[in-house]
Design a protein around this ligand. Structure first.
Ligand SMILES: Cc1cc2nc3c(=O)[nH]c(=O)nc-3n(C[C@H](O)[C@H](O)[C@H](O)COP(=O)(O)OP(=O)(O)OC[C@H]3O[C@@H](n4cnc5c(N)ncnc54)[C@H](O)[C@@H]3O)c2cc1C
Length: 932
């Protein structure tokens, strides 16, 4: 049976809540916290400062944070051709004017018929005084013999209405209001005909008498395009639990997850080269994975030796346990890892061909805005592994089927609203600790009705004797801040130096020094690297349909690290020139604001908005225009991320700053992230620890996880430590879940389940089994079972009497199953201080020597008796690989390498079975990457 959302709203609270929580910040992290807590019985209020009119014109909080769509109205006559390309029109820009609520056309198509266009009045279907005046003036002009067509309209974009049927209902209501008024004025009901239609902006420019209205066009801008790679798990889980309501407010069978579309191919465009198209249909086994990897790499100008070298590096990574990754790969850059650089040696151990090295240096910068020369190897390689592997049935390279807010955030809010999350406009203004207690102040928009025991108003008397509320004090049981790092830092400045606040000191502005073992390959600026960098988005809108390529396009050698997507390809309702004012759009991410453009001689951060728009477009044309089939029309408008600030009253000056910079995962910086490590509640084993030794004012569950400060305050956000690691919506969602898990643990252990209903706390049994970190599980060999490790399917999900913990997916526990035995073996070796298996077998030594000196016969002579059988197999494997090097043509190399890989796997499987943790007693230790 369908449940009516509003009906459920009227039902009120069915039971006492487990506690009051205020979530500050309506980005992905804040919304996730609200979602997970409300479904666990907490009373949640979400407070967000950004306001925007909703479809009824009422000011509402605009959620989504930096990922929210940025709707912008433009004058349809004001083209910016001259801003981005060849001038196509000499028309001077016209001042922007808005659509009037009622506009009247002189005549209908028929001789005696007349028509009224009744555009939806934001806020209600009711008529304004000026509407009524306009209609009253119309009545005498109609004469005796008339018919009148009344067309109700809504402006799809501006009113945030995306669903056409919903638009039609509102349009009909609007037409009905006009008809009712005209009947009151004495018109004959039978001569009126009503129609509901969605507004057609470019045909609204119509006149009757002195009324002239000009329709504006609403451009759905974004701060950058939304990319949901198939390895996302937290976001997909949330989307799958966010139902879509139909236009009557009824639950439909669909969820937001159904609003994701797969983008099945990626095009890499390079100057003076034909674009290369890659299929993103994921491989289903290791063989396919290797073929796809090799095909991808081969088209980048890689040599056979490059392929062998990079495959070995990635195989090494895939077979490295989490503990060793933490010890070795957080403090080196991806490029240093791929080149096997060592601080004690001048050159790299792995020498790639120049063209392939060039590819390695640029590709990740564009794909994930990470500079592989400075970004940490563990984060980068984890992402690379996830991108390479089968997708477990989720959306491939997902992208939304409409603007982000329409396709995701609006339905999310609707659902949370139905679950009784309260959304308020406002902001947290101050946090202090007084007598060991947290004191939180906030401001609320428009003095809403709130429970004064929960939000205590602080008043003062104005000079004219009025009592005014200056601010409120928040008495919620838990305070969750889910804002960006800079805001978190600013608002935590007055808190004592413990836990997250301590590490936040200077965090957003600080420059990051290189890790001690830095190879020195990349020069470090005197002040260190910037932890927060600018990456931003620009959209180009066209009156023509423009599809550069199906799916994403990476302009791999563009100076500003550009990538793009023709969004309308994936939209459920494609934009249409007649109804939307534009027919297509290209959304571009500018990944690099620091590197100068060769053409302009300066980086994006030294440009005006218009220069950025022009230059970005020029760089795109530079890469793709020479192709005869890719002659692009000139864009009509552009929209540059509203979060970028430019000097001058009208923003016409130089770039001043970015309100939403992106945290980049720099080598050696991970341990500086504020707050506790995340924990994964999927499996339970091991004895309980005594509670961690933390400073006063900071609490952490013995299981680990995020901190609770002064028993009330928690921090969420994409800048916190997550298993996802990279700054994404997936990390924001995951961090929200860690906050919820910490609240669940804290409610249970400190406040006690039932404490909020006046019941005594349930004593916590500290001798009960605790959750162990998966890394620890690997090290101790206490396996939770391979299926659990690799699929996330487990019969045991952490739980306490307050409720089940949120599911957490650690990507390192969801890598290809074939590598689990190798990782387990590595965990044993690492625990005993032994080198990685590849070092023991010297699997890379020969290939590395080839890379440095040119091809030469294989001659590895491991000298450890215990390892002789292994090395014999390794030699076989190396010989197959050597043979592969001599083969001409990619298929032959594929076959030989796959064969080589198979024999490597066979060999490892053979010796894995009888293996015990103490077997490799005397390994070689001659590699730069041997265990520390
Ligand atoms: C150009 C670009 C493209 C990107 N593309 C992708 C992509 O394709 N895929 C992907 O997964 N990720 C992408 N990201 C990253 C992703 O958008 C962010 O990591 C994520 O949206 C951050 O979410 P958040 O909730 O942590 O923070 P935010 O979105 O920053 O939310 C913080 C919220 O707190 C509010 N706030 C601020 N001050 C206060 C206060 N005093 N009181 C109350 N509230 C306050 C803010 O208004 C805001 O709504 C991209 C980022 C950039 C810059």
């Amino acid at each position: 049976m369908k449940t009516h959302a509003k009906e459920r709203n009227r039902m009120g609270n069915l039971g006492p809540s487990k506690g009051n929580v205020t979530v500050y910040g309506g980005g992905v992290a804040g919304l996730t916290v609200a979602h997970e807590l409300i479904t666990r019985g907490y009373a949640v209020t979400l407070i967000e400062p950004t306001l925007a009119p909703d479809r009824f014109g009422q000011s509402h909080v605009r959620v989504g944070g930096m990922a929210a769509s940025q709707m912008n109205d433009v004058d349809p006559h004001h083209h910016v051709h001259d801003s981005v390309g060849t001038p196509a029109s000499d028309d001077p820009p016209r001042p922007k004017s808005k659509l009037g609520p009622v506009w009247l056309a002189a005549d209908d198509d028929s001789d005696k018929g007349h028509s009224v266009g009744a555009c939806h009045q934001p806020g209600s279907a009711a008529l304004t005084a000026s509407d009524k005046q306009a209609l009253s003036d119309l009545v005498p002009k109609l004469g005796e013999d008339y018919t009148l067509g009344i067309t109700g309209m809504v402006h799809i974009g501006r009113d945030n209405i995306y669903d056409a049927s919903q638009g039609r209902i509102l349009a009909r209501q609007r037409a009905g209001s006009v008809a009712a008024f005209l009947v009151e004025q004495g018109l004959d009901r039978t001569k009126l005909s009503l129609r509901g239609a969605n507004v057609d902006p470019l045909r609204c420019d119509d006149t009757l008498g002195s009324w002239t209205t000009t329709q504006s066009v609403t451009l759905p801008g974004e701060h950058g395009y939304r990319y949901f790679p198939s390895f996302y798990r937290h976001v997909f889980d949330t989307m799958g639990r966010t139902p879509l309501y139909d236009s009557d407010g009824m639950l439909s069978a669909r969820t937001v997850y159904d609003n994701l579309e797969s983008s099945l191919s990626v095009t890499v465009a390079r100057k003076h080269h034909d674009p290369i198209l890659f299929s993103m249909v994921p491989p289903t086994n290791i063989q396919e994975m290797r073929e796809s990897l090799i095909a991808t790499l081969a088209s980048t100008g890689a040599t056979g030796l490059d392929l062998l070298l990079i495959s070995l590096r990635m195989l090494r990574y895939l077979s490295t346990c989490s503990a060793r990754r933490e010890a070795l790969y957080e403090n080196v850059s991806l490029l240093d890892f791929l080149q096997a650089r060592h601080p004690d040696r001048p050159g790299p151990d792995v020498v790639y061909s120049p063209s392939f090295l060039d590819y390695l240096e640029t590709a990740p910068r564009i794909l994930a805005a990470i500079d592989p020369a400075t970004g940490d190897a563990r984060t980068n390689a984890n992402i690379a592994v996830q991108l390479m592997q089968p997708d477990n049935g989720t959306r491939i390279n997902g992208t939304l089927n409409g603007p982000t807010s329409t396709a995701w955030f609006d339905p999310w809010v609707e659902h949370l609203d139905a679950l009784r999350v309260r959304f308020l406009g406002g902001k947290l203004t101050q946090m202090t600790v007084v007598d060991g207690k947290l004191h939180v102040e906030l401001e609320l928009e428009a003095n809403p009705k709130v429970d004064p025991e929960r939000f205590e108003p602080v008043t003062e008397t104005s000079p004219c004797g009025e009592t005014v509320i200056t601010h409120y004090i928040d008495h919620a049981d838990y305070i969750v801040t889910a804002f960006d790092a800079a805001t978190a830092e600013r608002l935590s400045a007055e808190l004592p130096d413990v836990g997250v606040p301590e590490k936040l000191r200077g965090y957003a502005e600080a420059r990051v020094p290189p890790p001690p073992e830095w190879s020195g390959k990349v020069e470090v600026p005197e002040q260190g690297w910037r932890r927060f960098q600018t990456m931003s988005g620009i959209q180009y809108f066209f009156r023509e349909t423009v599809d550069i390529a199906t799916g994403h396009v990476y302009f791999s050698d563009s100076d500003w690290g550009l990538s793009s997507i023709s969004e309308q390809q994936f939209w459920a309702a494609e934009p249409n020139l007649n109804t939307n004012g534009y027919a297509s759009l290209i959304s571009v991410d500018i990944g690099d604001f620091e590197t100068p453009s060769a053409h302009l001689g300066k980086p994006a951060r030294e440009c005006t908005a218009e220069e950025i728009a022009k230059e970005t477009w020029r760089q795109i044309l530079e890469v793709i225009d020479p192709a005869p089939q890719l002659q692009l029309p000139v864009p009509t408008w552009y929209h540059l991320d509203d979060n970028l600030a430019f000097a001058g009253d009208a923003g016409e000056g130089l770039f001043q700053g970015n309100a939403t910079p992106l945290q980049v995962p720099l080598a050696g910086d991970w341990h500086r992230r504020p707050g506790g490590d995340p924990f994964d509640p999927v499996a339970v084993d091991g004895p309980a620890d005594s509670p961690p030794d933390l400073p006063q004012g900071v609490w952490q569950s013995p299981m680990g996880g995020y901190y609770v400060h002064w028993d009330r305050l928690l921090y969420a956000g994409t800048w916190k430590k997550t298993f996802t690691r990279i700054t994404t919506m997936e990390a924001a969602n995951e961090s929200g879940r860690h906050v919820v898990n910490a609240i669940l643990a804290h409610t249970h252990e400190i406040r006690g389940h039932g404490a909020f209903e006046g019941e005594p706390p349930i004593p916590v049994d500290h001798s009960a089994p605790k959750h162990t970190d998966p890394v620890e599980r690997e090290q101790t060999g206490k396996s939770v079972g391979r299926s659990a490790l690799n699929t996330g399917v487990s019969g045991i999900i952490g739980q306490n009497p307050v409720g089940a913990f949120c599911r957490i997916w650690n990507p390192e526990q969801h890598e290809m199953a074939s590598f689990v035995p190798l990782k387990e073996l590595d965990a044993m070796l690492f625990e005993q201080g032994l080198p990685h298996l590849f070092d023991v077998l010297m699997l890379e030594t020969t290939a590395q020597a080839w890379s440095q000196l040119g091809l030469r016969p294989f001659a590895a002579t491991p000298n450890i008796q215990d390892l002789q059988r292994w090395t014999a197999e390794a030699v076989k494997w190396q010989q197959s690989a050597t043979a592969a090097m001599g083969l001409a043509g990619t298929p032959a190399i594929h076959d030989a390498l796959i064969h080589a890989l198979r024999s490597l796997r066979g060999m490892l499987e053979q010796f894995l079975a009888p293996m015990t943790p103490t077997t490799p007693t005397t390994p070689t230790n001659d590699s730069s990457e041997a265990s520390t």
